[in-house]
Design a protein. Structure first.
Length: 253
């Protein structure tokens, strides 16, 4: 088996299972563990996986997107810290857009419960989590439901958004880079995010360190469009500073 064929098999295994282990891969492929580590380094250089201690997990790309269920298992403590810090940026906003995804869902749950708030979302999970919260009005955007993320898309969704003026949008992305901005694999999702940002007076991006430097197929915003970026301390401080030079405040929670 050539290195290219072996690496394709590793990526397929990572996407199927959610993660791969060096020892298991070495046994399955019949190669040395160091060979597997070289393959993982090469795949990480190509932006297809992220290495961890003893293994790796897949990175979302133009042709691959993880499900909401998978996202609830990865970097959860980090995502909770990011979400709590993002929620503190609410200020005096009375209407909030909360994007699809697990980190935005955690932001919604971290929003204050001591004053009236209107939350607009395309996420069925977020709408369900907030539906019975006192003093919180939930507006669920209509549209086609994507099975992997349980979020609505297409023209019904964007048409509803176009009729709103929103104080603050909490936006997620599959990747954020200084060169290519905020990206996502699906054009329909990209348009919902772009419309939410057009409707919002302020926009905050929240995402863990693995989002940075990743690039997907559809660009929906530039880094300079953001008021703030909230991420974790695992994003190196010099890299955070480079993003701040494009305009947004960068908070490492």
């Amino acid at each position: 088996m050539s290195a290219e064929e072996r690496q394709r098999q590793i990526v397929r295994a990572a996407r199927r299972a959610g993660s791969v282990d060096v020892n298991a891969l070495a046994a399955e492929l019949g190669v040395a563990k160091e060979t597997v580590r070289r393959d993982l380094r090469a795949l990480e250089d190509h932006g297809l996986i992220r290495r961890t201690h003893g293994g790796a997990y897949p990175v979302e790309s133009a042709g691959f997107e993880t499900t909401l269920a998978f996202r609830t298992t990865m970097h959860v403590p980090e995502k909770r810290r990011v979400a709590a810090a993002a929620a503190e940026l609410l200020g005096d906003a009375e209407t909030v857009f909360v994007d699809e995804g697990f980190t935005p869902q955690l932001i919604a749950q971290a929003l204050p419960r001591d004053r009236p708030l209107t939350v607009v979302t395309a996420s069925l999970a977020t709408a369900g989590a907030l539906a019975e919260v006192p003093d919180t009005t939930v507006l669920l955007l209509g549209g086609r439901v994507r099975p992997g993320t349980l979020a609505t898309v297409d023209h019904w969704t964007t048409k509803m958004l176009a009729g709103f003026v929103i104080d603050l949008a909490y936006i997620g992305a599959n990747g954020i880079s200084r060169e290519h901005g905020l990206t996502t694999p699906d054009p329909a999702v990209s348009e919902v995010k772009a419309q939410a940002m057009r409707a919002a007076r302020r926009t905050v991006f929240a995402g863990v360190h693995t989002k940075f430097g990743a690039v997907s197929f559809c660009r929906f915003a530039q880094v300079s469009d953001l008021e703030a970026i909230v991420t974790s301390q695992l994003l190196p401080a010099p890299e955070a500073h480079r993003y701040s030079l494009q305009g947004p405040q960068v908070i490492r929670a």
